[in-house]
Design a protein around this ligand. Structure first.
Ligand code: ME8
Length: 513
């Protein structure tokens, strides 16, 4: 039987600066869903990479007085390392400076051109190098210091140059029809409304080439022009599947994408320009664009100039990788901006991981090690309380699956952790330490029930905390072949010998304590 496919992508990151926790966040959100889908039987393709062309990158290299390509190699390597540091399970890492991407962009350009979607003219207007975006005069404001800024706050400059244009204006109605027919295309709803208003207000043709610098993919047959970096960047999603060879098995299997995960500030490029280009090139459209919020530290957007940028490596050094992964997915409702501080970080991790889950596992497993000869206990018939909590555990996969399909990670984790809290109440009420003296059969049953609940929790938490949950499943004696969701309904083998339990989530001490 062929497995269903699932293609998920992060934005490709500009190599104009070092990666920080915000870049790690998009990759993590994709990784968690990619891992969930793999465990759920899907054939997954997870793509990330770097966006290396354009004026911004060229300027960054020049400011450092280094060769542009050497500079790209170096910063791209930092993003590749970030993926490893975050334990991302990406199947590919694309760089827009690769030959495959050059060929793909030129082919897409030619496809748009032969469809009559490209014409030559000149662009006179505002451009922000920092955003790599064009702005209308109505959008521009004075910055109070004699300069002009875009609505994003980025400086803009007036440019006048010959340019090729894409007939974006042709696609206003087709886009509106598409959004109406696919209400889930842009999520969350707040972003969808913004995009609808933008498209309803009218679309102008889009300048898609620049002549003032050369760091880009040349326009076919007119190498004085390089392609606009967003046309180049968006194309990465099909390059990676083998485009222009639409017979490539990866393209056949994985295009159109199931979801492009992006930060909300780049919604317009993904939800307007990209689907318009695809329609114009007669290619299928992705199923979903999910625009998440931005991580803020101590109430402010992370930025180099404010000096509140945190790297993933720093946080991992402080709290450990899986705790970081858990925190980012649990604390911030996906789709909203994420404000966090050290206080919320340590409080959340100690309460959920050290106290609730860690304590449940540790006290159960050390009790079993001591009083059940380090073997999976045997159940001798369930009472109502046992059946109730086992039923709840059995039903959890379906709930979590639905929430994961909505990309409601924080709600999925809330549900899973609620079961851990319930199991803590159950163990307190059943008091196996008392049963040990009065009824060892009943004690074994209770411990078996808790271990079964822990097995369900650990299976479901694998996408979020792969290493920690792999260790927990080892300690529960779950063999590595029995860890997919197809095994969710299987049971622990009573009598199976267990390894010595070890704490998985130590209590963390905040730096100022
Ligand atoms: O926009 N919080 O690249 P970029 C959360 N090359 N996410 C953040 C973040 C923060 N504080 N800061 C960055 C580009 N991100 C283009 C994309 S795609 C075809 C081309 C994440 O280096 C978030 O995903 O500016 C955001 O959209 C992305 O990094 C921007 O990365």
């Amino acid at each position: 039987m062929t497995r269903p496919s699932f293609f998920i992508t992060t934005p490709i990151y500009y190599v104009n600066a070092a990666p920080h926790i915000g870049h790690a966040y998009s990759g993590l959100a994709c990784d968690v869903l990619a891992r969930f889908k793999r465990l759920d039987g899907y054939d997954v393709h997870f793509l990330t990479g770097t966006d290396e062309h354009g004026q911004k990158v060229e300027t960054a290299a020049r400011n450092r007085a280094v060769d542009t390509r050497a500079y790209c190699d170096q910063v791209s390597a930092n993003f590749r390392e970030l993926a490893q540091v975050m334990n991302l399970s990406n199947d590919d890492f694309i760089r827009t400076t690769e030959q495959r991407h050059y060929d793909s962009c030129q082919a897409l350009w030619r496809a748009l051109d032969s469809a009559g979607q490209i014409y030559r003219n000149s662009y006179n207007g505002w451009y922000s190098v920092s955003d790599e975006a064009y702005y209308d005069t109505e959008e521009i404001q004075d910055d109070g210091n004699g300069g002009k800024v875009a609505p994003t706050g980025s400086a803009v400059e007036w440019i006048e140059e010959p340019s090729y244009f894409f007939r974006l204006s042709d696609w206003q109605q087709p886009l509106l029809d598409f959004y109406a027919a696919h209400p889930d295309f842009i999520q969350p709803a707040s972003r969808r409304n913004e995009i609808l208003r933008f498209v309803e207000s009218g679309l102008q043709d889009l300048s898609i080439s620049r002549t003032k610098f050369s760091w880009g993919i040349p326009v076919p047959d007119d190498p004085d022009h390089v392609m606009y970096v967003w046309l180049d960047a968006l194309t990465n999603y099909i390059t990676a599947l083998g485009y222009p060879n639409t017979e490539d098995p990866r393209y056949q299997k994985f295009w159109p994408a199931n979801v492009h995960v992006i930060g909300k500030e780049i919604s317009r490029f993904h939800a307007v320009y990209w689907p318009a280009m695809l329609m114009a090139a007669k290619l299928p459209l992705p199923a979903k664009v999910y625009a998440h919020g931005l991580l803020m530290r101590d109430g402010r957007k992370m930025s180099k100039s404010i000096g509140n940028v945190v790297t993933a490596q720093e946080m991992i050094g402080q709290i450990g990788l899986d705790a970081l992964r858990y925190f980012l997915m649990r604390e911030v409702p996906f789709g909203q901006d994420g404000v966090y501080s050290d206080q919320t970080l340590y409080a959340r991790l100690n309460s959920d991981l050290a106290n609730d889950l860690g304590n449940l596992a540790q006290r159960t497993l050390s009790f079993v090690a001591k009083h059940c000869s380090a073997q999976v206990p045997a159940s001798s018939g369930f009472q109502d309380e046992d059946s109730a909590i086992l039923r709840r555990a059995a039903g959890l996969l379906d709930n979590v699956r639905t929430l994961m399909d909505e990309m409601a990670y924080h709600r999925a984790l809330t549900e899973i952790m609620a079961l851990a809290s319930e199991a803590n109440r159950y163990i307190d009420a059943m008091a196996p330490w008392t049963l040990r003296k009065t009824d060892t059969d009943r004690m074994q049953t209770v411990l078996y029930v808790i271990m079964e609940v822990l097995r369900a929790i650990a299976l479901l938490l694998q996408p979020f905390m792969p290493d920690a949950m792999s260790r927990m499943l080892d300690q529960l004696g779950v063999s590595s072949e029995k860890r997919t969701f197809a095994d969710y309904d299987s049971k622990l083998d009573s009598g199976n010998t267990l390894p010595a339990p070890e704490p998985i989530f130590p209590r963390l001490t905040p730096p100022e304590e």
